[in-house]
Design a protein around this ligand. Structure first.
Ligand SMILES: Nc1ncnc2c1ncn2[C@@H]1O[C@H](COP(=O)(O)OP(=O)(O)OP(=O)(O)O)[C@@H](O)[C@H]1O
Ligand SMILES: [Mg+2]
Length: 251
């Protein structure tokens, strides 16, 4: 490889680093609506990738496509997670293959305590973090283990939703706007846990409206605009590039 090769696209990794999660030429539709228009990107093992873009850019659609939710339909493209072809799987199979999606609405199950929500996630092996270890990660959840999950504060519900993903043996964590509606001190707390999870080797895709926060935490960033990737590179470069931020993130 030529020494003058442009490394800006992937500044934190050698160009030879194998991708852990790889999305190749993915096209996604809601019925007739063509939303994700042929995107390709890689996520490396152990990194945090910020997936950014304005409202309606296609961030949630991208996460739902990777998680194989069926709506949207992925009509073309490949998605590989640790050598497994997610594009050939149902959402259930993708979850079994190690996909952990934490959706925006958190989906805490009514009528179940915090602990029961976590136990339910572990009904089917392979099991991930033990419940005790999850309480060490989120002490607030341990204190409220007997409380009904849906009666927790917004921040605690977000923690439970992340904990529930980790309770399964996942390879990648997809977070859709985890900071939404939360007070800055709670966001601090969640950021701290995401850093800890990363130190344990987790690979994460973080979708956030709070782009500055996400960029400070992330290793790399992808910016989507009307279903196409307009930037793929280091997170710090986006923070330093006012034009890029103004054009695609409105910050
Ligand atoms: N269920 C659906 N049916 C039809 N169109 C949809 C559906 N969900 C989203 N869309 C459209 O797809 C496009 C991308 O939406 P998406 O939710 O992926 O954007 P986003 O980047 O997550 O936005 P936000 O920041 O508002 O969450 C938008 O134009 C949206 O109107
Ligand atoms: Mg969204």
């Amino acid at each position: 490889m030529n020494a003058k090769t442009d490394f800006s696209k992937d500044a934190n990794h050698a160009q030879t680093a194998p991708a852990f999660l790889s999305v190749w030429d993915m096209h996604s539709y809601y019925g007739e609506s063509y939303i994700v228009q042929g995107i390709s990107f890689n996520v490396h093992e152990g990194e945090i990738l910020a997936l950014l873009g304005r409202n309606g850019a296609g961030k949630t659609t991208t996460l739902r496509s990777i998680a194989r939710l069926g709506n949207p339909q992925v009509l073309k493209g490949e998605i590989w997670l640790d050598h497994q072809p997610l594009h050939r799987m149902s959402s259930h199979e993708a979850a079994q293959a190690g996909l952990g999606l934490v959706p925006e609405d958190r989906r805490i199950i009514p009528g179940l305590s915090v602990e029961e929500n976590l136990q339910l996630a572990q009904i089917q092996p392979p099991v991930g973090w033990s419940i005790e270890r999850l309480y060490e990660l989120f002490p607030r959840l341990g204190e409220r283990r007997r409380q009904e999950g849906v009666t927790l504060s917004g921040g605690e519900q977000q923690m439970l939703s992340i904990a529930r993903a980790l309770a399964r043996d996942i390879k990648v964590l997809l977070l859709d706007e985890p900071y939404e509606g939360l007070a800055p001190v709670i966001v601090d707390e969640i950021e701290k846990t995401l850093t800890h999870i990363k130190s344990q080797g987790m690979t994460t895709i973080l979708v956030e409206q709070n782009a500055v926060r996400a960029l400070k935490l992330a290793d790399r960033a992808i910016i989507l605009d009307t279903g196409s990737i307009v930037y793929d590179g280091s997170a710090s470069e986006v923070l330093e590039n006012a034009d890029l931020r103004a054009e695609y993130l409105a910050i």
